[in-house]
Design a protein around this ligand. Structure first.
Ligand code: ADP
Length: 390
C-alpha cells in the first residue's frame, strides 16, 4: 500500500470531488424530476379545464338548439337528451338510460328505429305528438358508427303547418269575398240584358246593385293591398305631431251620413291638449275603422264616445266606446283576425270587408302602439289603443 502523504491527499481529494459531483448530480436530477412533475400537473389541470370548457360549450350548444336531440346507445337506451327534447317530451332525470320506446310510445319512432337496424339514416319522417302538448314533428335519425347507437333529431313543424293553413284559409276567404260581389254584378248585368234595361225602374235598381258591389270590390282590394303592404313592411309612416281632437272631428264629419242613418250620436270628448306622434292619414284610417264599427254595431239611436287620456311612458290612450250589443267571449278572442265576423250576413250587408280591425291592429303596431277591446254581451264595446304622445 502506498503511504506517500501526497498520494493519500490526492486520493482524499478525488473521493471528496466524487462525492461532490454525485451530490450535485443527484440534486440536479431531483430538481429535474420536480420540474417535470410540476409541468405534468400543470398540463393535467389545463387539459381538465380545457375539457370542462369544451364540454360546457358543447352542452350550451346542444341546449340552445331549437331542435330536440336524443342520443341512443346500441340497445336503444337514452344516453343524452338536450333541453328542447326534455321540454318537448317532458323527460325527467330518471328517463336517462331508459329504452326510448318506453318513454316515447310513437309508432313512427319505433318504425324509424327498425329501419335504422338496416339503413344508415331515416329522413323526414313526420309524426303527430299528442302529449304533453299536441305537436307536428319531423324526425331525422342517423346511425352512429363505432360502438353503435343513433342520433335522433326532431324539428317542430307546428308553427309552419299553422302558417300554411292560415295562408290557405286566407286565400279561400279572399276568393270567397271576391266571388260574391262578382256573381251579383254578373247576374245584375244578365238581368239587364234579358230586358230589364227597357224598364227604367228595374234598370236603376240593377245599376244600383252593380254600383254597390263594384264599390265593395274596390274597398276589398284596397284593404287587401294595404294589409299586404303592412305585412311586408312596405308602408312608410310619415309621423308628425297631430292634434287628436281635430283628427277625430274630421272622421266624425266624414261618417255623419252613416251615423245619421242609424240615429247614432257621436261625441268627440278628446281634450284640445292631446297630441300624438302619428302619420295623420293612417291615424284617420284607424279612427275611421273603429268609429265606423261603433256606429254599425252600436245600438240604433245610441251613443258613440271618443275620449283620450295621457299614459305614463310617453303614450296617449284613445278609447272608442259604443252602447251596442257587445261581444261574446269567443268573438272577443278572434275580433282582430282577418275576415272574422261575429255575424257574417249582417256585417256583409253593412258593407264591411272583415278586414277593418286587422288593419287597425297592424297600423297601431306599426306606430309602436297596441290595441285591445273590452266588451261583454249587452254591455257595449270599448276599443282602446295607445300611440306615442307628441
Ligand atoms: P267588418 O266590420 O268589415 O265586418 P271588422 O274587422 O271591422 O270587419 O270587424 C270584425 C267583426 O268584429 C265585425 O264583423 C263584428 O262582428 C265585430 N265588431 C267589430 N266592432 C264591433 C263593435 N264595436 N261592437 C260589436 N262587434 C264589433
Amino acid at each position: 500500500m502506498n503511504s506517500d502523504p501526497l498520494y493519500r491527499l490526492l486520493l482524499a481529494a478525488i473521493v471528496v470531488a466524487a462525492v461532490w459531483f454525485w451530490r450535485r448530480e443527484r440534486a440536479a436530477r431531483r430538481a429535474d424530476a420536480e420540474r417535470f412533475e410540476a409541468e405534468r400537473k400543470r398540463l393535467e389541470t389545463k387539459y381538465a379545464s380545457d375539457l370542462r370548457e369544451r364540454t360546457g360549450q358543447l352542452e350550451t350548444l346542444l341546449n340552445e338548439m331549437p331542435e330536440a336531440l336524443i342520443a341512443l346507445n346500441g340497445q336503444d337506451e337514452i344516453t343524452l337528451a338536450n333541453r328542447a327534447a326534455v321540454q318537448l317530451f317532458n323527460l325527467g332525470p330518471a328517463d336517462n338510460g331508459r329504452l326510448l320506446l318506453e318513454v316515447l310510445r310513437q309508432p313512427e319512432v319505433a318504425q324509424s328505429l327498425d329501419r335504422l337496424a338496416r339503413e344508415r339514416e331515416v329522413r323526414d319522417c313526420e309524426l303527430l305528438l299528442e302529449k304533453p302538448v299536441p305537436r307536428q314533428l319531423r324526425l331525422n335519425a342517423t346511425k352512429l358508427s363505432g360502438q353503435g347507437g343513433a342520433l335522433l333529431l326532431f324539428h317542430d313543424l307546428t308553427t309552419l303547418r299553422r302558417l300554411e293553413s292560415t295562408r290557405q284559409d286566407f286565400v279561400a276567404n279572399v276568393s270567397h269575398e271576391l266571388r260574391t260581389p262578382i256573381s251579383l254584378i254578373k247576374s245584375a248585368i244578365e238581368t239587364l240584358q234579358d230586358g230589364a234595361k227597357c224598364d227604367s225602374v228595374a234598370r236603376d235598381k240593377f245599376l244600383g246593385i252593380i254600383d254597390r258591389h263594384a264599390s265593395r270590390l274596390e274597398l276589398l282590394i284596397e284593404d287587401l293591398l294595404l294589409l299586404s303592404a303592412l305585412d311586408s313592411g312596405r308602408v312608410e309612416l310619415r309621423t308628425e305631431p297631430v292634434e287628436l281632437a281635430g283628427a277625430v272631428q274630421t272622421v266624425i264629419d266624414d261618417l255623419a251620413p252613416a251615423a245619421l242613418s242609424r240615429g247614432v250620436q257621436v261625441l268627440n270628448q278628446v281634450g284640445a291638449e292631446q297630441r300624438l306622434r302619428a302619420d295623420p292619414l293612417r291615424l284617420r284610417q284607424i279612427l275611421s275603422n273603429l268609429i265606423d264599427n261603433a256606429i254599425k254595431y252600436g245600438r240604433e239611436a245610441g251613443t258613440v264616445e271618443i275620449s283620450a287620456a295621457p299614459l305614463g311612458g310617453g303614450f296617449v290612450q284613445v278609447r272608442v266606446r259604443d252602447d251596442g250589443e257587445g261581444m261574446s267571449e269567443a268573438t272577443l278572442k278572434r275580433v282582430f283576425e282577418r275576415f272574422f265576423r261575429a255575424d257574417k250576413a249582417r256585417a256583409r250587408q253593412q258593407g264591411g270587408t272583415g278586414l277593418g280591425l286587422a288593419i287597425v291592429k297592424n297600423l297601431v303596431l306599426a306606430h309602436g302602439g297596441d290595441v285591445r277591446v273590452e266588451s261583454a254581451p249587452g254591455k257595449g264595446s270599448i276599443f282602446i289603443f295607445r300611440l306615442p304622445a307628441a
